[in-house]
Design a protein around this ligand. Structure first.
Ligand SMILES: [Zn+2]
Length: 44
């Protein structure tokens, strides 16, 4: 999975076509996201 740095939406390679590009806003800078979900832990 990839994440658009502009709109913050997750973009898959299928949606991004050959050129990695955000299908939602057309932004060309997309950051790879780790397959594992980030687990937030509240430290109290
Ligand atoms: Zn975007």
């Amino acid at each position: 999975m990839y994440k658009c740095l502009n709109c913050g939406k997750e973009v898959s390679l299928e949606q991004a076509n050959e050129k990695i590009r955000c299908p939602f806003c057309g932004y060309r800078i997309i950051m790879k996201t780790r397959p594992k979900k980030v687990v937030r832990v509240l430290a109290r």
